[in-house]
Ligand binder design. Sequence first.
Ligand code: NAD
Length: 248
Amino acid sequence: MENTKKTAVITGAASGLGLAMANAFAEEGYQLVLADINETGLEKVKNTLGENVITSRVDVSNYEQVEGLINLAVGQFGSVDVMINNAGIGPRNLVPVAEYSFKDWDDVIAVNQTGVFYGMKAALIQMLKQGQGNIINVASLAGLKASPNNISYAASKFAVVGMTKSAAMEYGRKKIRINAICPGYSHSALLDKMFKFKPELEDGLKNLIPFRRYGEASEIADAAIWLASDKSSYMTGQCLTLDGGLSL
Ligand code: NAD
């Protein structure tokens, strides 16, 4: 019997927003290929979600591994219908540009920017063979507005928005949609780390958000479900902002 289920590949799926997306896509009946560098976290997700889920230890900043991830998905399920480039990191230190370390620059750009390029490239090669596809890149409000003391993160997320728009123009005619999600501050390990580093930010930032609360990972996952579905069929090259009104 022909396999009619859709397959989604999600990077950074062991924690935070990626984990919430894995749960949401599993609930929608997708076949899932989940990637992360955190093998223990992946194991836990697999045990929870079980059937129709495969996991793979992949560093998104390594093209061979990302290519291997796409091949794994195709070998197991026959296609990659949705590719979610979600894996991302922040710098170790939040400091102004003159004090910013070269390591924090290189590491963040390698994962957040080059990793998304690799994910798009490998997925697009497969999607062109299939004649259809849907790519969702997780950018950030930091890809639309200034992020003081966070120069590599800002650079990487503006790049994700730019790559999303450029690639969307290239592949519109090929039935491949490419959009981004720009979350504001949402509960995850990444946010906890930032508050651990600067505890005064936790209440200070919340008071700037019109909703007076941080986003839930499940709220970001719901947006990914919509972007992956035909309900958003006339949309490409856009950045869907979910930030409780912060950017206003
Ligand atoms: P998180 O730290 O909870 O999850 C990120 C996941 O990515 C982790 O499981 C981590 O192991 C994985 N990862 C890190 N480097 C990797 C690599 N090289 N290869 C593969 N996997 C790797 O953080 P999160 O908040 O869920 O972040 C997910 C995405 O959302 C990131 O791109 C982040 O920049 C973006 N984002 C988050 C927020 C927020 O407030 N949480 C806001 C805007 C954007």
